[in-house]
Design a protein around this ligand. Sequence first.
Ligand SMILES: [Zn+2]
Ligand SMILES: [Zn+2]
Length: 252
Amino acid sequence: MGLPGEFLRESNRLLSCGEDRFYTCGGCGFVRRGVYRCDLLPCGRCAARRSERLRSLWTPAVERVPPRHGYRWALLTLTIRRTDSLRACVDRILTAWRLLRTRIVRRYKTDKRHFGGFASVEVAGAVHLHALVHMPFVPQAWLSKVWKQLTRDSFVVDVRQIHGGTRVAAAYVTKYVVKTVDPALGVRVWLAVRGRQIHRAFGVCVGLVEKPARPPCHCRLCGGVDWQPTAAFFSLYALAKGARPVVASAYG
Ligand SMILES: [Zn+2]
Ligand SMILES: [Zn+2]
């Protein structure tokens, strides 16, 4: 496979992660220093930050799900047999997971005001999906059977009912659901997950996540919020604007 331009741009971003950046205030010319974060999934530096952000978004959303008689929180771990490339496995597990939800909804006639949760794909040597689901009681045997039908070859489904209500369930977001990719796998992970949403809310939880507005950074001198990257870092700025990247060796 040839290296696509996107790969070059992203490897540049990955390599630049953690570097100093300088910004000039449009109002008064004051220069401040910032740290560049690439926010790419395979980045080890950004992984902790992303987990933290997901936790802060998902934990309160779990607490906002309205309780309903007969519904409880369950923790699902789904795996998929490694028969193909990691990317194919990521795609297969995401598709099968979407179909599994449809099957649960149909079979258990779930109420869409109460059914939902969060799911994360974990990419290490194998591909797993961890989900925290608010749903009626669904037997493990049924889940395992359906999972096998959907994936054709995988039937490992771990289901744990969470006792103790919403508070306890929220703690599981932190403990189990927010798993991240293994940065040690480097480029293989990048190829497996790029363009895929591997952390997501579903069902009722989609509407319950409240993204906090990011407070603007005020200039220390004039209070302005209009920052421009400084000319000294023009190459990186130009890169962001689509210029040809100059560094491409990290994974060559
Ligand atoms: Zn990063
Ligand atoms: Zn200023």
